[in-house]
Design a protein around this ligand. Structure first.
Ligand SMILES: CC(C)(COP(=O)(O)OP(=O)(O)OC[C@H]1O[C@@H](n2cnc3c(N)ncnc32)[C@H](O)[C@@H]1OP(=O)(O)O)[C@@H](O)C(=O)NCCC(=O)NCCS
Length: 231
């Protein structure tokens, strides 16, 4: 329907995830504002001064959310954005959206009260960028541990960055407070099973306390690193 702006729409199966993950490719060069109406959305006011890339990624995410939510019985749902920029999911659904240069993803599952879903796609950062950015993403101990692994530091840092953003998106709808990259740490990474574990270093609420661990999955395709956390 939105082709050639949106192409390669696919459902990504992930074992042990009972929800739905949809992914697409989007082309900023093929983006036009009229596509919002075609997708069944009003053009949002908050995008009025946004550049084409931001408009395009927002629409691609909303397009996917519509497909995903329809599979849970929410036909033609208009996914609005809250004051805090978090999407306002329908009652009974937990979900998350992510986009990078040309890929968008939406994941959602039924919410049983304390369900969380976080998804994040990142383009692998180059080695120089990893050296510039690491101290904002991991602490000294995590950094040392990552450097001791056989894989390249920039790949692993990208993965941990993405994992922490997934954790933020999964927890934010329940904790409703900002927490930083250094408020969680990577405690396990299995490159064969494609799983990781993050531990909260800070207590966020009574339900989410320091020491609590969250497992996630990741997958790589080309330069893209995608992480998923659900609980
Ligand atoms: C919110 C944040 C996680 C988004 O990640 P990003 O890599 O910049 O961008 P992505 O494309 O992956 O995700 C953007 C989407 O996140 C969602 N999002 C924004 N704020 C959110 C929030 N507070 N809670 C949940 N989801 C949020 C939106 O759907 C947004 O897309 P949209 O505006 O098109 O709907 C990031 O900008 C941020 O603020 N990070 C700092 C907090 C953090 O990650 N701490 C780590 C704790 S261990």
């Amino acid at each position: 329907m939105l082709s050639p702006f949106v192409t390669h729409v696919e459902i990504i199966p992930v074992s042990a995830f009972s929800g739905v993950i949809a992914q697409c490719h989007f082309s900023v060069a093929d983006y036009q504002d009229d596509l919002f109406a075609l997708a069944g959305y009003y053009f949002p006011e908050h995008l009025a001064s946004a550049v084409a890339k931001r408009r395009a990624e927002y629409l691609a995410g909303r397009f996917l959310a519509r497909q995903v939510l329809a599979s849970f019985g929410h036909q033609n749902f208009i996914l609005l954005r809250g004051e805090d920029r978090a999407p306002i999911w329908p009652n009974g659904i937990a979900g998350a959206i992510s986009h990078n240069l040309d890929t968008a993803l939406c994941a959602a599952q039924f919410d049983h009260g304390t369900t969380g879903v976080g998804i994040d796609v990142e383009t692998q950062m180059p080695p120089k960028r990893a050296e510039e950015l690491w101290s904002g993403i991991v602490d000294d101990a995590e950094c040392l541990w990552l450097r001791q692994q056989p894989q390249s530091f920039n790949l692993l840092l990208t993965l941990v960055f993405s994992a922490k953003e997934s954790l933020f998106k999964a927890l934010y709808p329940q904790v409703r407070c900002y927490f930083d990259f250094l408020d969680a740490r990577i405690v396990a990474l299995d490159m064969q099973q494609c799983t990781f574990e993050l531990e909260l270093k800070k207590t966020l609420t009574l339900c989410y306390q320091a020491g609590q661990c969250f497992t996630g999955r990741f997958w790589q395709k080309g330069d893209n690193v995608t992480t998923l956390i659900h609980f």
